[in-house]
Design a binder for this molecule. Structure first.
Ligand code: COA
Length: 254
């Protein structure tokens, strides 16, 4: 199996579980880790045995405490350009992965950590998690998609308040804001995420992928174009043997 800098990956029961493993730095993402994550996501995208992906952080303190500030502080203009493109690219890769991705937010999700979280399809957080985009405190702004995905998730006003104050929001407040989807006790987080992943993993894979693709497309297409693609995807699924079998199973029960 390939190894990836500061990342653990395990493949069990159709799930790929990715753990950012740099707990001594609260799983802050340096370039080596980001590149590894990009490569790993490309590998997972091509692996049909993987039905659902989980992304979490090692230890009980942090999901990901952001970009590695020590590394970033020393970047020159070209390095910065690469860093922004790389971080944005990893967020896009999560969003565009054919399989659903669950963010399993086990602690701090700050800056770039929050931005990668926002690119996941469902966000589960431990009661102890804290989430925020504190970049303005470093005299910059979110640069891995936060200014674009946060308003899409929570609305412009709430996104502006969070980004302009750099506030760290506790999990229950994040749930109220719609920043995360579920909050669970920390000791039940992984188990809860796996249970949700397993529900999805048992669905017919082509339907699962088409559903993610269609909903994701709604963020960037006109309603008319989105509806056209929905019909197209539905029609393609309708022609598959899994569809006939699934409908026949339902009808036999009736
Ligand atoms: N980049 C680089 N190193 C980081 C980091 C980051 N984003 N976040 C934490 N670390 C490192 C700390 O430097 C420290 O390393 P050290 O032990 O070698 O000094 C270690 O992780 C533990 O962090 P520490 O700050 O000592 O823990 P804390 O409990 O006092 O505070 C946080 C926790 C999350 C509040 C604090 O680490 C923090 O604010 N981190 C930066 C968050 C941020 O601004 N992210 C956006 C970046 S664009």
């Amino acid at each position: 199996m390939l190894t990836y800098a500061n990342l653990d990956v395990s493949y069990t029961d159709a799930r790929a579980e990715i753990t950012v493993n740099r707990p001594e730095k609260l799983n802050a993402l340096n370039t080596a880790t980001l590149r590894a994550l990009r490569d790993l996501l490309a590998e997972i995208a091509a692996n049909d045995a993987v039905r659902v992906v989980l992304l979490t952080g090692a230890g009980d303190r942090a999901f990901i405490a952001g970009a590695d500030i020590a590394e970033m502080a020393a970047l020159d203009a070209e390095g910065l350009h690469d860093c922004l493109l790389l971080g944005q690219g990893v967020a896009e890769a999560l969003e565009e992965l054919p399989q659903p991705v669950l963010a399993v937010v086990n602690g701090y999700a700050l800056g770039g950590g929050c931005e990668l979280m926002l690119a996941c399809d469902v966000i589960l957080a431990a009661e102890t998690a804290q989430i925020g985009l504190p970049e303005v405190d470093l005299a910059v702004i979110p640069g891995w998609g936060g200014t674009q995905r946060l308003p899409r998730r929570v609305g412009t006003a709430r996104a502006l308040e969070l980004i302009l104050t750099g506030a760290r929001v506790p999990a229950l407040e994040a749930l109220r804001l719609g920043l995360v989807d579920r909050v669970v006790p920390p000791e039940r987080l992984l188990e809860g995420a796996r249970a949700l992943a397993d529900v999805m993993a048992r669905k017919p894979p082509a339907a699962l992928r088409a559903a993610k693709r269609a909903v994701r497309a709604a963020e960037r297409l006109s309603l008319a174009e989105g509806l056209r693609r929905e019909r197209q995807a539905f029609t393609a699924l309708f022609e598959m043997p899994e569809r006939a079998a699934a409908m026949a199973r339902f009808l036999r029960k009736g």
